[in-house]
Design a protein around this ligand. Structure first.
Ligand code: SIN
Length: 546
């Protein structure tokens, strides 16, 4: 099958991109590695930030200012201004597609407070905003004729010279390698917080596959050390307790019943304050008991149900214990707005880094970023594909991918990928988590090196080709290990504390490091890291590519 535009990723960014890229005369495919209804966007419960009155420049300026302040010097102002100025329009577009945001009594869209916001600007659908938006966008994408290629695991992209020519993927139902030639490609495959398995709100397969694909295609990753820890996950399951709970007036209290932090400060500040309490022997709870049952049931229905189902707690009457967990990753594929160094490849959403979040993302800005830059990526990908010819596929890459899959099937193994995946999550949380230092990072790096060596000997125990979950899990693990190494090396290089990156051995911000860190895989398994603008090699590379 050949397509004018292939979009990879079925969250809000990918869906928006595919809708924009589709015309009456072209073919657009949306590839997802699993079920289309399962994405991080669908889990983003609390809401989407927007100044709804597009003529209210004062409020738009405040949204820009809040976003810039949270980014702690690593922002791209052009991207932030574009996002904040287009927020009201994009919410209108979502409404026109059928999203039913909660309303005030006068019929206007209701908005709640979110952390780090100087105004109430988070639009919501109870506390299931992400799933309401994605369900609507799925219907819209189908209605305009986007083809859904679900259960396709993307292994690599092919290119000719410096232009993308197609996508190589494993069709999960029979484990065969398929190639989708495309004139342009959009990556919108989500972030890598799922690497912190057991300590993350993300599904465990959100491990940065497309970032690993981008590295292999010669692209740079940017600011990989910035991993956001959401202050409130449930301790046993890491299930997200939405920021909406604090936005609706919930308190954070310790075992002594004392509040200890401004609950609506940015997530980095709140997560560190909670960790300090826990390290001092306290437990931390969210307290909603002062809110009426009716308020909780209407504004926080998912939390009400999940607290009961997962912890046996009635939040109207009891405290719910919480702990910070990995939730979102600011790092991603280096981009200018949605463009990359590879012609015809556009990136958006959590897998991309165009500087819109810098060192820390504001709650409510992720669905917004996904919608705004997903739309832009779709427009750009469509434009690029028009009047272009298909380029030849690089069959060396395809042959290599076939060999990788054959090797995983061919031999016997005594290694257990699941145990490795669990220890990877634990290692990353304990050694490269909310608080880092040199010793912990060295230990983390050594352990990753060991795991990478072990992962080379992973093979499927079950040799059947139909829907082989082991095959995909092994490939995901290999990608995750590559991305984990990029995180740890970047965290070692950033010898300061800034935004979501906190080093106990360098507790202050260092003005000389107010720059992004870029990561490039110059040879398989070997990374080169540098501060943006500091490296002659990167300038030469850019010149060669331009
Ligand atoms: C939440 O509801 O707390 C998550 C939403 C977000 O990360 O923006």
């Amino acid at each position: 099958m050949i397509y004018d535009v292939v979009v990879v990723g079925g969250g809000i960014a990918g869906l928006m991109a595919s809708i924009e890229a589709k015309t009456a005369h072209n073919k657009v495919a949306l590839i997802t590695k699993g079920n289309i209804f399962k994405s991080n966007s669908s889990l983003a419960s609390g809401g989407i930030n927007a100044v709804l009155d597009s003529s209210n420049n004062e409020e738009i300026k405040k949204h820009i200012k809040d976003t810039v302040e949270s980014a702690k010097g690593l922002e791209d102002l052009k991207a932030i201004m574009y996002m904040c100025k287009n927020a009201g329009r994009i919410v209108e577009k979502l409404v026109s597609y059928g999203v039913e945001f909660d309303k005030n009594e006068d019929g206007s869209i209701a908005q709640r407070s979110f952390g780090g916001g100087s105004s109430k600007r988070t639009c919501y659908v109870g506390d299931k905003t992400g799933s309401a938006i994605t369900a609507t966008l799925i219907k819209k994408a189908k209605s305009v004729g986007v083809e859904f290629l679900v259960n396709n695991f993307v292994m690599n992209i092919t290119k000719l010279d410096n232009s993308v020519s197609g996508v190589v993927s494993i069709r999960r139902f029979d484990s065969s390698i398929v190639v989708y030639p495309a004139k342009s490609v959009v990556f919108a495959g989500g972030g890598y917080a799922g690497i912190y398995r057991g300590f993350s709100t993300n599904a465990s397969d959100y491990t940065g596959d497309l970032l690993a694909v981008a590295l292999r295609a010669g692209l740079n990753l940017k600011d990989m050390e910035f991993v956001q820890f959401h202050p409130t996950g449930m301790p046993k399951t890491s299930y997200l307790v939405s920021e909406a709970a604090r936005g609706e007036g919930g308190y954070l209290v310790n075992s002594d019943g004392n509040r200890f932090v401004n609950e609506l400060d940015t997530r980095d500040v709140v997560s560190r304050a909670i960790t300090e309490q826990i390290n001092n022997g306290q437990k931390v709870y969210i307290d909603l008991r002062h809110l009426s049952r009716e308020h909780i049931e209407t504004k926080l229905p998912s939390l009400y149900k999940s607290a009961y189902a997962q912890a046996g707690i009635d939040v109207c009457e009891e405290l719910l214990e919480i702990k910070p967990v990995a939730h979102y990753t600011m790092g991603g594929i280096e981009a200018k707005m949605t463009s990359t160094d590879l012609k015809g490849l556009f990136v958006c959403g959590e897998c991309a880094n165009n500087g819109v979040h810098g060192a820390n993302r504001l709650g409510g800005n992720s669905l917004l970023e996904g919608a705004v830059f997903g739309e832009l990526a779709g427009i750009e990908a469509l434009k690029f594909s028009q009047n272009k010819k298909f380029l030849p596929i690089d069959y060396e890459i395809v042959a290599r991918d076939i060999k990788v899959v054959d090797t995983i099937f061919s031999s016997q193994t005594t290694k257990n990928f699941n145990a490795m995946r669990i220890t990877l999550g634990k290692t990353m949380f304990e050694l490269c988590g909310i608080h880092k230092n040199k010793e912990k990072l060295i230990q983390a790096f050594d352990y990753l090196k060991y795991l990478r060596k072990e992962a080379g000997n992973l093979h499927c125990i079950d040799k059947s080709k139909g829907n082989n979950v082991e095959l995909i899990a092994i490939l995901e693990l290999k990608n995750a290990l590559e991305i984990a190494e990029a995180i740890v090396l970047s965290a070692r290089k950033r010898k300061e504390s800034r935004g979501a990156h906190s080093r106990d051995d360098y507790p202050q911000e260092d003005a000389t490091m107010k720059k992004s860190i870029l990561v490039h895989e110059f040879q398989k398994g070997y990374f080169k890291l540098w501060f943006e603008g500091n490296n002659l090699w990167s300038k030469i590379r850019r010149k060669l590519l331009s």
